[in-house]
Design a protein around this ligand. Sequence first.
Ligand SMILES: Nc1ncnc2c1ncn2[C@@H]1O[C@H](COP(=O)(O)OP(=O)(O)OP(=O)(O)O)[C@@H](O)[C@H]1O
Ligand SMILES: [Mg+2]
Length: 309
Amino acid sequence: MTETNAPGPGGAQPASPVIEISGLRKSFGDRPVLKGIDLTVGAGDVVCVIGPSGSGKSTLLRCINLLEQPTAGSIKLLGVEVTDPDADIDRVRTHVGMVFQSFNLFPHKTVMGNLTLAQRRVLGRSKAEARAVALRNLEHVGLADRIDSYPSQLSGGQQQRVAIARALSMDPAMMLFDEPTSALDPELVGDVLAVMRDLAESGMTMMVVTHEMAFAREVGDRVVFMDDGQVIEEGPAARVIGSPETNRARVFLHRVLNPAAIDDSELGQTEPPQPGDPDYVAPAHGTGSHDRRSGPPPGGDGHVPLTVR
Ligand SMILES: Nc1ncnc2c1ncn2[C@@H]1O[C@H](COP(=O)(O)OP(=O)(O)OP(=O)(O)O)[C@@H](O)[C@H]1O
Ligand SMILES: [Mg+2]
């Protein structure tokens, strides 16, 4: 689909890790949000990042392309230390394509205008070259017939595919996705995931923050589970999602994979009674778990108590 693993600014070999993060910390004020992240993403790897809201997933992605300045630690992209104060941030960013939940297209520009602007301004491409690259990427996402449309004339799924084509038009060496389907109506999610699946199969290095567990399992080489600013668990996608090793990952996955069970629990429609129910009696000895549901999550090994009762 697109050129992948382009030689890095330092002339790194494609075989070296595309992303190398070590000891990454980020605080907002005195509040630590990333508490020491170590993560390596090899060329062509698809790493899906999952975890509860507020665990630091977006902050991690934003640190990688320096939309957030890390507080400590190092990030190397294509072998180049981008956390070095002397690093050329703009140059670094041209290697990193980022796709956000909210598309971030320019509303006053057509699809073609959105795709050619940065190519011309940042990469200095001619109008003809930028248009040719744009058209090629729009064909890949199935929207070559919409070059003259404005974002408001497109569905959310189409806008997100335009955003992906726009990122790809910069010939990135890696693509970062932050919940790219979360804002979409359910019927529009599939087209965007299909584009991402094609991109993964083309060999693009990808980090994807997602709640789409089926996608993570099928397309992800690895899954990283984050909680409270730390990587709690990391491994092959099928293993982490199918049989998580840590209690925190099990509880999270159970919640994500069984939303109806949570609803029942929160409505107090399941037995035994839940906190807040008139007939609920608090247990004498809590386990320290946050989990409020009865019944074990999938893949549990039974060693760690998962319920408060
Ligand atoms: N610019 C900021 N200033 C202050 N606090 C921030 C800022 N950005 C993020 N945070 C805080 O950092 C923590 C992690 O936020 P982050 O957006 O990375 O979480 P997340 O895992 O992406 O969550 P979600 O799944 O809801 O998107 C949160 O407590 C959030 O309030
Ligand atoms: Mg987020």
